[in-house]
Design a binder for this molecule. Structure first.
Ligand SMILES: Nc1ncnc2c1ncn2[C@@H]1O[C@H](COP(=O)(O)OP(=O)(O)O)[C@@H](O)[C@H]1O
Ligand SMILES: O=C(CO)[C@@H](O)[C@H](O)COP(=O)(O)O
Length: 493
């Protein structure tokens, strides 16, 4: 039984909801729960019914509370961190009008290109939104809905992101935070509010949007009686604004924004992400110039083909995911879902350099290498965008924090070490997004700074693995293949 107050942190991600019940004083995880989501769609479509997230929240919260063996009276706050960008459209009663269009749904690629042009090109978007529209961004999805399902768009009474859809179910208030709002492309990281001109461009009435709280730890309301009964919690506990999953991971790791990309992070999940906190507003094409949950900045590169792409190749080869060897001459760019960084929404996977001697283990290793290379390339772009040379020794020596489900995998860790040549830290906390959400909940309940809370919990601390000699030959093979195949990968047909 916990002696200090208890908080609940929720990670509602693409594949599942993960809930941690955390002792707010010590950061000890008292119990955890997990419930999967179904993602449907082919040919670029990726959708999930938002009601499935709400049901998964109940199942995973119940499991976590049972494991923790705490009474509902001990719980003082809850916060949700969610997969970014998804478009949730609701009717006047708060019911989803259709399944959510997810961040990895690429059908809105033509809308992304058209919107980029409509505002006058990438520079205009960077100046206002901080990011150039790609198919992941919410504004492109709303535009797709208007063009393809105008009757649904016309009936829409509220537009939400995944995390603020759930927060509204908890507290009965329409609220979001600067971090997740910055992934919509209708929020300006320059002004810190919705941008009327960007909203006009996509014909969206600001009244349909949630209020942007000051930060992810702002107490936006209290748990309603109905939500408390649904989740088995006490009504009236603090509900935080919450944030996007990557922003929450930065909080959970205890990373403030003191320096310029001092603490780079790689997350290996459904998406691969490379990000780092900074106080300098990022603005570079190819990089998402997000706000952090506390209104500083979290520039980020995101790939669409990470753990699922590698697991798919392992399944095709009937290999265990750890039964892999370096790819050697074989290069695989496993862009099974199209790709976002680089922006190749119509791409498919590509293999070159196959020989009679190539083994299935090497082919699987090539899939890891292709996914890791694409993500590390995005990390290099992050540094370059900040005016830092990624090859500079001082930059190269910055340890990479490795998080997400893939960070539990031996081959993932070794591949990242070999291709980056960087020291790698494996944080002690296993669920950094849910930990960050728990710190936001603690902040909402107590008024404490969530990053300081998370530093005290120590989930971001961990063993540092020394750098391995960088496999420059493998890197150059992949870079050269990506360059030479660019026409093929960009092709729509
Ligand atoms: N032990 C492991 N080794 C390698 N990969 C793993 C391991 N455990 C989980 N994974 C990978 O982690 C992925 C899920 O990561 P996670 O960060 O939870 O995803 P998301 O938050 O995007 O839903 C799975 O697709 C799986 O491939
Ligand atoms: O789109 C992005 C970041 O911009 C993704 O990182 C999503 O936030 C989904 O995250 P996971 O479900 O893979 O954790």
């Amino acid at each position: 039984m916990a002696a200090s107050p208890v908080v609940i942190g929720v990670d509602s991600s693409t594949q599942s909801t993960k809930v941690l019940v955390v002792d707010a004083g010590t950061g000890v995880v008292l119990g955890s729960g997990r419930a999967g989501h179904v993602v449907t769609g082919e040919q670029g479509a990726r959708e999930t019914d938002p009601e499935a997230w709400w049901d998964a929240l109940r199942a995973s919260t119940g499991e976590a509370l049972r494991a923790a063996a705490v009474t509902p009276d001990a719980v003082v706050g809850i916060a949700v961190a969610g997969q970014q960008h998804g478009l949730v459209v609701l009717d006047g009663a708060g019911r989803p009008l259709r399944p959510a269009l997810l961040w990895n749904d690429t059908r809105s690629a033509p809308q992304a290109a058209a919107l980029t042009d409509a505002l006058g090109g990438p520079a205009e978007w960077l100046a206002r939104a901080g990011s150039v529209p790609v198919a992941s961004m919410t504004a492109t999805k709303w535009q797709w809905l208007r063009e393809n399902e105008p009757a649904v768009a016309a009936r829409t009474a509220a537009v939400r992101l995944p995390h603020d859809f759930l927060t509204e179910r908890l507290a009965g208030v329409a609220a979001t935070d600067p971090g997740d709002a910055s992934g919509t492309c209708w929020y300006s990281t320059r002004t810190g509010g919705y941008d009327p001109e960007l909203l006009d461009l996509v014909g969206l009435d600001a009244d349909l949007l949630p209020t942007v709280a000051r930060n992810g730890a702002s107490r936006v309301g209290s748990l309603t009686t109905a939500a408390a009964a649904f989740l088995g919690l006490r009504p009236g506990i603090a509900v935080a604004a919450g944030t996007g999953d990557n922003m929450a991971a930065a909080v959970g790791l205890g990373l403030g924004a003191a320096g310029l990309l001092d603490h780079p992070v790689i997350s290996l999940g459904t998406s691969g992400t490379a990000f780092a906190s900074t106080r300098v507003r990022p603005a570079a094409p190819g990089i998402a110039g997000f706000a952090a949950a506390d209104n500083t900045y979290l520039p980020l590169g995101c790939t669409m083909n990470c753990t699922l792409a590698v697991d798919k190749v392992a399944a095709l080869l009937r290999l265990d995911r750890d039964d892999a060897l370096p790819g050697g001459e074989t290069v695989m760019l496993p862009y099974l879902d199209g790709e976002r960084s680089p922006d190749l929404p119509h791409a498919a996977g590509l293999i070159t350099g196959l020989r009679h001697a190539t083994s299935p283990q090497q082919l699987l290793g090539a899939a890891y290498e292709g996914a890791a290379f694409t993500l590390l390339r995005a990390l290099d772009e992050l540094f370059t965008a900040a005016g830092l040379d990624p090859r500079d020794t001082a930059v190269r020596e910055r340890p990479l924090r490795l998080i997400g489900g893939g960070a539990k995998g031996r081959v993932w860790i070794e591949t990242i070490r070999r291709l980056s040549g960087r020291p790698v830290v494996l944080p002690a906390g296993e669920e950094l997004v849910a930990t960050g959400a728990a710190a936001l909940a603690a902040g909402a309940a107590s008024g404490d700074d969530p990053v300081r809370v998370a530093i005290g919990w120590g989930a971001g601390q961990g063993a540092e693995l020394p750098p391995l000699e960088r496999d420059i030959a493998a890197w150059d093979r992949m870079e050269s293949t990506l360059g030479r195949a660019s026409g093929l990968l960009a092709d729509r047909s």
